[in-house]
Design a protein around this ligand. Structure first.
Ligand code: DX5
Ligand code: ZN
Length: 211
């Protein structure tokens, strides 16, 4: 079975976003990963609701929105209206995980939850039946271009072992053809990659190498 590839536009050229989205779409990527950062949950500020709405107008790709923000519950409706297909919040930012998952799913979109490198995978287990996706961060969230942390990938088997069959396990941070293989061997089936795809001389081959 082939993996779901979700190129992260954090490494794209923001002045040529439509071009850079088409490029990965033509290469066969199924999703587009959009990193929303608020300068509080992580020490960086990136993309917000209006940019997601503009992206929605130029692509049919599944918009995989990674919320690295505090108080995620306050912004769910806005991101849904902007056209998000998946909303992934951080366990560390959630006040009431069950309620937040319920809220996201009430809009008939996919709900994901992410854990940072220092967070134990045990915290995810009580929610596995409610979630559509679990995102295991393989770098500290905040910036593209960091080095893959192998010990984070080692969290995957516990999640896979306890999950329902269709749970999507995604990894994000330092993913390239080689680290992707490590993660898929552990049980991941969705790969986010920013620098590896967008800083490559051959974007199409980079995307294809992750399937
Ligand atoms: C980091 C973001 C990632 C980032 C990955 O906080 O969540 O999605 O874009 O970038 P690379 O693939 O370059 O590590
Ligand atoms: Zn991300």
């Amino acid at each position: 079975m082939s993996n779901i590839v979700s190129p992260s536009i954090l490494s794209a050229d923001f002045a040529n976003l439509e071009r850079d989205i088409k490029c990965v779409e033509n290469a066969g990527a199924q999703w587009l990963h959009i990193d929303v950062m608020d300068g509080h949950f992580v020490p960086n500020i990136t993309i917000g609701v209006p940019v997601v709405a503009s992206i929605r107008k130029v692509t049919k790709l599944c918009l995989d929105v990674h919320l690295m923000i505090e108080n995620p519950e306050k912004y769910i409706e806005q991101f849904v209206n902007a056209g998000a297909d998946i909303l992934t919040f951080h366990y560390e930012a959630a006040k009431d995980v069950k309620e937040l998952i319920k809220l996201i799913k009430s809009y008939n979109i996919k709900a994901g939850m992410s854990i940072k490198p220092k967070t134990s995978p045990d915290v995810v287990l009580p929610y596995l039946n409610d979630l559509d996706l679990v995102l295991i961060m393989t770098v500290e969230p905040g910036f593209g271009g960091q080095k893959f942390m192998n010990d984070c990938a080692e969290k995957i088997p516990l999640i896979r072992k306890n999950a329902k069959k269709d749970l999507i396990i995604q990894v994000d941070g330092g993913i390239n053809a080689e680290t992707a293989r490590i993660c898929t061997a552990f049980g991941a089936n969705s790969l986010v990659a920013g620098n590896y795809i967008y800083k490559s001389d051959d974007i199409t081959s980079a995307v294809k190498s992750l399937f």
